[in-house]
Design a protein around this ligand. Structure first.
Ligand code: PLP
Length: 381
């Protein structure tokens, strides 16, 4: 039996053995509470601070601008709700995009029920927000712009720097959900010009349930939970030391081989795209033709549903995703695909292939054969 082929790295990634090795020491040997003043506490505290520097290093931030959270969803919630709760008098308007992850969309919707008004910017056919449209939406009541760095279903990279430049000149805070980009492409907070940025370890070979929010110095942010003094009072509770160590290690590893992996994955992804269009000439590739994450390929196949195709592929040992992982299992067209206006004959058959470090050319050739067989099987009445 051949090994299954994992092409769902946007959903999650395997924990790197070196990350796991680093974490293990903080479960059993260095199990101290970072708040304790004795040597056990000091060892844990040092590990947390080392990880903070590793995270900051990967995104060009200062260590004291990193707040550890329990993942990307919490980082998004802390950013948006934290800014809203801190409040700026006279500012009760938020701008976001129609293609955000639900961690952002549903947080914005929650605030709509609490007296905030929210503008959901549309996207074009490639999933890109128009910076001019974002600018037109900004008013003197706008408190926050939250636009993702790259989309998790399409891979499209948003023109964030331009949007952020216009917002910050008007005194508007800028948050970005960079969960799909940190560890995958270069991310520098100053180049993007953002005040807040969310990231999540499990998307780049770290453990699940740990992430971070970058908070630029001086950004008003209210805590969402109350308790002790941890994370400067911005996120209380005893730190997830092994998880934080794993996140730090994953950041260090990503920083070391980012350019090499990007080039390798882009070549593999482009080959995969060409091969798929050869066996399925009626298929449509989604997302931006070149402003797209190097490892992501979203394709819409006519005459099938994404769910059925993903199940057929799974039966042949290939793991892909129909829409975002958190909405898979439902055959409804994802809000992202709907927002890009994919035609109705194509939209239901959308599948995302997302590549990672371990994938090889040979695996992708096998995946294309499995895809051809799956499409053939679904044609049969
Ligand atoms: N934001 C984006 C763009 C994502 O893709 C995800 C995960 O799929 C999240 C946020 C949520 O991150 P987490 O799974 O760490 O809560």
């Amino acid at each position: 039996m051949t090994e299954p082929i994992y092409l769902d790295h946007c959903a999650t990634t395997p924990v790197d053995a070196r990350v796991l090795g680093a974490m293990m020491r903080y479960f059993a040997n260095h199990f101290g509470n970072p708040s304790s003043i004795h040597r056990f506490g000091a060892a844990a505290r040092e590990a947390v601070e080392r990880a903070r520097a590793q995270v900051a290093g990967l995104i060009g931030a200062e260590s004291d601008e990193i707040v550890f959270t329990a993942g990307g969803t919490e980082a998004d919630n802390l950013a948006i709700l934290g800014v809203a709760l801190a409040g700026v008098p006279g500012r009760d308007h938020i701008i976001t995009s129609a293609v955000e992850h639900h961690a952002v969309l549903n947080t914005c919707r929650h605030l709509e029920g609490r007296g905030f008004s929210v503008t959901y910017l549309p996207v074009d056919g490639t999933g890109t927000v128009d910076p001019e449209e974002a600018l037109r939406a900004m008013t003197d009541r706008t408190l926050l712009v939250t636009v993702m760095h790259a989309n998790n279903e399409l891979g499209t990279v948003e023109p964030l720097a331009e949007i952020a430049f216009n917002a910050r000149r008007r005194g508007i805070l800028v948050h970005t959900d960079a969960v799909q980009t940190v560890g995958k492409i270069p991310v520098r907070v100053d180049e993007l010009g953002v005040d807040l940025l969310s990231l999540s370890a499990h998307k780049f070979h770290g453990p699940k349930g740990v992430g971070a929010l970058y908070v630029r110095r001086g950004t008003p942010l209210a805590p969402l939970m109350f308790g002790g003094h941890q994370e400067g009072g911005r996120r209380t509770g005893t730190e997830n030391v092994p998880g934080i160590v794993g996140l730090g290690e994953a950041c260090a590893l990503a920083a070391a081989d980012l350019p090499v992996q990007m080039a390798r994955l882009m070549e593999l992804r482009n080959d995969l795209e060409r091969s798929i269009l050869k066996i399925a000439p009626g298929a449509r590739v989604n997302g931006h033709p070149f402003r797209r994450l190097p490892h992501v390929l979203s394709v819409s196949f006519p005459g099938v549903t994404g769910d059925a195709l993903v199940r057929e592929l799974d039966g042949r040992g290939v793991a892909a995703s129909a829409g975002a992982a958190c909405t898979a299992g439902e055959t409804r067209i994802s809000h992202v695909i709907a927002a890009t206006g994919v035609p109705p004959e194509h939209a239901p058959g959308t599948v995302r292939f997302s590549l990672g470090r371990s994938n090889t050319k040979e695996e992708l050739e096998r995946a294309v054969s499995a895809l051809a067989a799956s499409l053939e099987a679904l044609k049969k009445p």
